[in-house]
Design a protein around this ligand. Structure first.
Ligand code: S6P
Ligand code: ZN
Length: 210
């Protein structure tokens, strides 16, 4: 019989034979702490993306090169309770995008299609002000406003990227299928067909000529 690994948010860990859980009341191994919007638990994956990791993403590469290479642009926390590529499983994550700009382009994530490209995803706004930039396979690009409580269904075959348009950290929750994967190459090669730029103090989607 399979043995599962059980870790609770206080780093408590033990192995429980599933049959032994009968009638037990236990803590989930992971907590989304509402005090600071941190994912807490033993199995959380933490990713950090700095200026130095984002060459080729922003329009103004020259300005990017002059910025502090170590400056954090965004972080991702994820709970991946099953192996990647497991069909039918789910992942939960949060993305935190710092306030800032590269010239007049808001700090944003790399953006991606899913590797299994028909896989969908939910996003929801937790804190701050942002835009969810979306692009279909015909390269039509549009954006949805992100704010605490906003809810976003990202269908399959839709590339997605988050930008922070406010002055505090933008925090966004996400839930996606464990077998979705990431296809960064297409965005790295062709980009989105529009960029979110600050024009006269407001965010505007501007056709990407590159
Ligand atoms: C995963 C989901 C998010 C992003 C995160 C960072 O499918 O969409 O967790 O991974 O927002 O963006 P990116 O484009 O660097 O993966
Ligand atoms: Zn995704």
């Amino acid at each position: 019989m399979a043995v599962i690994h059980f870790n609770n948010p206080d780093n408590y860990s033990e192995e429980i034979n599933p049959a032994m859980k009968h009638l037990k009341v236990i803590k989930s191994p992971v907590e989304f702490r509402l005090a600071d919007y941190n994912l807490k638990g033993n199995s959380i994956i933490n990713q950090v993306r700095r200026i130095k990791d984002l060459s080729g993403i922003f329009l103004d590469e020259e300005t990017l090169k002059k910025m502090n290479a170590e400056l954090i642009v965004y972080t991702v926390q994820a709970w991946m309770p099953v192996d990647e590529s497991t069909p039918g499983g789910l992942y939960f994550g949060t993305s935190t995008i710092m306030p800032g700009k590269v010239d007049n382009e808001y700090f944003m994530t790399k953006g991606h299609f899913h590797a299994k490209s028909d896989r969908a995803e939910f996003y929801w706004g937790v804190q701050g002000k942002g835009m969810l930039i979306l692009m279909d396979r015909e390269r039509n690009t549009w954006a949805e406003e992100v704010y605490p409580g906003s809810l976003h269904y990202i269908g399959g075959e839709i590339a997605h990227r988050l930008a922070n348009i406010g002055s505090e950290n933008l925090i966004v929750g996400a839930c996606w299928p464990s077998d979705a994967g990431h296809n960064y190459d297409e965005i790295a090669t062709n980009g989105f067909s529009a960029r979110l730029l600050e024009v006269d103090n407001i965010p505007v989607l501007v056709e990407n000529k590159n």
